[in-house]
Write a protein that binds this ligand. Structure first.
Ligand code: FES
Ligand SMILES: [Fe+2]
Length: 456
């Protein structure tokens, strides 16, 4: 059975010196048995349009951080498919989301990612709006027929709600609240205190494959042994704990600090484990030939580090302290949660092209003014990043596909996945087949199908 969603902290055995039951413990999710799936959803333009109408226009979508609209007049833009939104904090201190479009002739109103403004002035003929979305001025107003402008058009607003220091938007005026959409998955996530974290890295890459090809790769660990040889020398890529929270939201807890059970030797350290241990301030020599003791030592060291740096780990289980908590927020967010910070992946669809998507990597970190404060290497924060909390957030870095810079593991995925997109179009491909290690994909697509088939 899955852990109790009301109390879903996942830690069966403390330090996991015996392997967790993970995949042996899969719940009956009431889904169809694994059948060959219609894979046109990865490749067809028709699906792009249907997803826009049925999925993206109905779901809550993670737009950005509250800290990027910390002061009145701050704003950021969020592009999703064919739309762009302005998220801003008005003079009344309320955070709102507006469609990023001028009500004169449809120009895009704001064309940068972050900023501060007392009003939004259109770059075409300089109509302007206040930060609460009400019309401020119409240039040469007397030259307009009264009937054309008598409604004093304000900016069009989208729904906007906050959780965990994140701003979510929704285009569906009839949607239920965000809290309902996220549901029970908030339970284990709230233990990490995302709302206290700062932005430490912000990368956006254009990828030449479908957003779901990308998302799928981060919902399973089945490919790790084949694609990430370095990674499996410091994680257990087989014995994950899986949990399912409703609404397509799921998690897999990835045990860290022990190598893959695919290696027959269970005692010896690998170079990657030695690096992992040293990076956390411990001595690898103290654990030589004793892999089973690494997790206990690391958990203790991390809790001590938390105390020294004012990071509250009292709400976290031992597993949350050491493991990678990989959570999927339906439809397009993967969170990799650690006590030190959070690595967020956001998969955004291309407006028209099923063979392209945008991949955002945003790393959040706890901050400390203590000299030398840093987070573990696997958070992929660029060296020298100021984590004191006193500097402006780092600028967004844009990468073309093929440019390295996301970190070893992510670059390995980016390099390979175009071949999957190509293969999905092959006349010779008979259909996707999923094993238990890929159960989160089945769970995700069961929910995806509900949206896509709604109203049919
Ligand atoms: S299109 Fe914006 S003022 Fe004309
Ligand atoms: Fe991968």
């Amino acid at each position: 059975m899955p852990s109790d969603p009301k109390n879903p902290v996942v830690d069966r055995d403390g330090v996991r010196d015996s392997l967790p039951k993970g995949r042996l413990d899969l719940p009956d999710l009431g889904m169809d048995e694994n059948i060959l799936d219609d894979h046109a959803k990865y490749t067809s333009r028709d699906y792009v349009e249907r997803e826009w109408q049925q999925l993206w226009s109905k779901t809550w979508n993670l737009a950005g951080r509250v800290s990027d609209v910390a002061k009145k007049g701050d704003y950021f833009t969020f592009d999703l498919g064919r739309e762009s939104f302005i998220i801003t904090r008005g003079q009344d201190d309320q955070i709102r989301a507006f469609y990023n479009v001028c009500q004169h002739r449809g120009a895009r109103l704001v064309n940068n990612e972050f900023g501060h403004a007392n009003a939004f002035v259109c770059p075409f003929h300089s109509w302007s709006w206040k930060t609460d979305g009400t019309l401020r001025s119409i240039t040469d107003e007397e030259t307009f027929p009264e009937a054309v402008i008598c409604d004093r058009p304000g900016l069009s607003e989208a729904r906007c709600e906050i959780w965990g220091g994140f701003v979510f938007i929704n285009m569906d005026e009839d949607a239920g609240p965000l809290s309902e959409f996220l549901g029970d998955i908030r339970g284990p996530l709230d233990a990490y205190h995302f709302e206290d974290m700062i932005v430490a890295k912000d990368y956006c890459a254009e990828w030449p494959f479908n957003w779901k090809v990308a998302l799928d790769a981060f919902m399973e660990g089945y490919h790790a042994h084949a694609r990430h040889p370095e990674l499996v020398r410091m994680i257990d890529d087989v014995n994950f704990d899986y949990d399912f929270y409703g609404g397509g939201n799921s998690s897999m807890i990835i045990p860290m600090g022990l190598k893959s059970p695919r290696f027959s030797d269970r005692s010896a350290l690998t170079d990657e484990l030695r690096f992992f241990i040293e990076d956390l301030g411990l001595k690898a020599e103290d654990f030589e030939g004793r892999q089973r003791d690494v997790r206990k030592g690391v958990i203790e060291a991390k809790r001590k580090w938390g105390e020294e740096n004012g990071i509250d780990m009292s709400t976290m289980s031992d597993s949350q302290v050491i493991d990678d908590g990989n959570y999927n927020l339906f439809p397009n967010i993967t969170l990799n949660a650690h006590p030190e910070g959070l690595l967020i992946m956001r998969f955004r669809p291309h407006a028209t092209d099923p063979d392209a998507c945008y991949y955002d990597v945003i790393v959040l970190s706890h901050s400390s003014e203590k000299p030398g404060f840093k987070v573990p290497f696997y958070m992929a924060v660029p060296e020298g990043t100021d984590l004191s909390g006193n500097s402006p957030r780092p600028a967004r870095v844009f990468l073309k596909h093929g440019e390295e810079g996301m970190g070893l593991v992510l670059d390995q995925d980016a390099e390979f996945l175009p071949t999957v997109q190509a293969g999905l179009k092959s006349k010779g491909f008979k259909g996707v087949r999923l094993c238990d290690q890929e159960i989160r994909l089945r769970y995700f697509y069961a929910e995806y199908d509900k949206y896509m088939e709604a109203g049919e």
